[in-house]
Design a protein around this ligand. Sequence first.
Ligand code: F6P
Length: 485
Amino acid sequence: TPTAQDRPGEHELVVVANRLPVDSRTLPDGATEWVTSPGGLVTAMESVMRTVDSGAWVGWAGSPGEAPAPFEADGMSLYPVPLDQIDVERYYEGYSNGTLWPLYHDVIVDPEFHRGWWDTYLSANRRFAEVAAPVAAPGGTIWVHDYQLQLVPRLIRDRRSDVRIGFFNHIPFPPVELFSQLPKRNSILRGLLGADLVGFQRESDSLNFLSAVRKLLGLHVDGMTISVPGIGAAPVREVVVQTFPISIDSAAVSALTEDPGIRERATQLRRDLGDPQRIVLGADRLDYTKGIRHRLKAWGELLDDGSIDPHDTVMIQIATPSRERVEAYQQLRDEVELTVGRINGEHAPLGRPAVSYQHHSFDRREMTALFMAADVVLVTALRDGMNLVAKEYIASRPDLQGVLVLSEFAGAADELRAAVLVNPHDIDELKAAILRSLAMPPEEQEEAMRSLRHQVMEHDVQLWAKEFLERLTATGSPQVAAVQA
Ligand code: F6P
């Protein structure tokens, strides 16, 4: 129910996401430190929001407990949403990352279904809606992001009939056969249908969602438009579904490669690794969807059978810590670290690694230097909404050198056809793709990279956001439709 506090606010565009673009950390002396939040969502939306006047971002500040007061950063207003310890355990680690995440990523690990997790998912989604609803200006736009907040579109619509609501899912939407396993699946669909526009990464995600709506809710679907019956006397609403493949701030990433400090760092990195002829890079959140185990298996076998000489080829694997209290992530970390230890024990020359394993995050400048130094980048995700690492690598190579090995199960594979596309489950195919990439002549690298760069530089995140918001503006919110009628 709307409350007196739901009086309109002043922001024309309000982004609602699980995380704010910055995470708060409490230092040993009690002071608060703010660091950039992990993940592709923040990488993409941060640069969009920097260009928006009167923008607001509603999200969690990354630690359990009381939320800090709203504050300004980078020209936008940040509205923290409080999550207590139970919320973090049941809404974030539980329902979002123990149920939805594995289910939406092709059940690479088994999703867990717990009723208590659902209850907290609902109450946490309510809290996000309660913070977000009063922040938007009259007739403004609220853009809700990702699988953690699928109930929020409807919860906001119940409070604010004057605003336009968009939803974008950054991760895959599963086939209806898998989605049907989800207890409370229809509540999720109805939550999403509170939006005027529901956006997905790949065409297959949009089609999966439409088929779930048709089969599970029995709603009428005409092309990409769903007719949602109003409650009581309310008119029928139309909800549009569309595919918008997300991207990066391509020009900004490309420009960093001109920075003398970063260029020097790229050279230094190679020197630090003992001046190998070839550097192969993997850079991921430490997540079971990323196919890190498959990649290491392929790499280990190539070293075992002598196809790769560790004296002249080094692999760097960056594994950014992620969701460290969730069991599947702890197990993954153990397995990856055991495998890296074995490979290094068996193959590393004295004083230098065969696999340089980094379990921490790197800032943007350091990442650009790594991409500039990498002769081959391996993106071997078993399932991934998009994968922005692939696009960042391409944007970091204005020299048109370097090879991208890309899993066909990453959303990016729909656009980046000139990459070396692989099925990462096929270890032999993956090994062959790595060897082919390492041996690729400079002219062939240049031809592929030119085509990849054309795609990434033309289709940047600014264009992605513009297209989403323009499409959203072209849809009618119920009140607008009623006034026009
Ligand atoms: O889109 C994937 C996503 O869940 C984003 O919402 C988030 O930016 C990223 O992965 C990182 O995950 P987490 O916020 O759980 O650390």
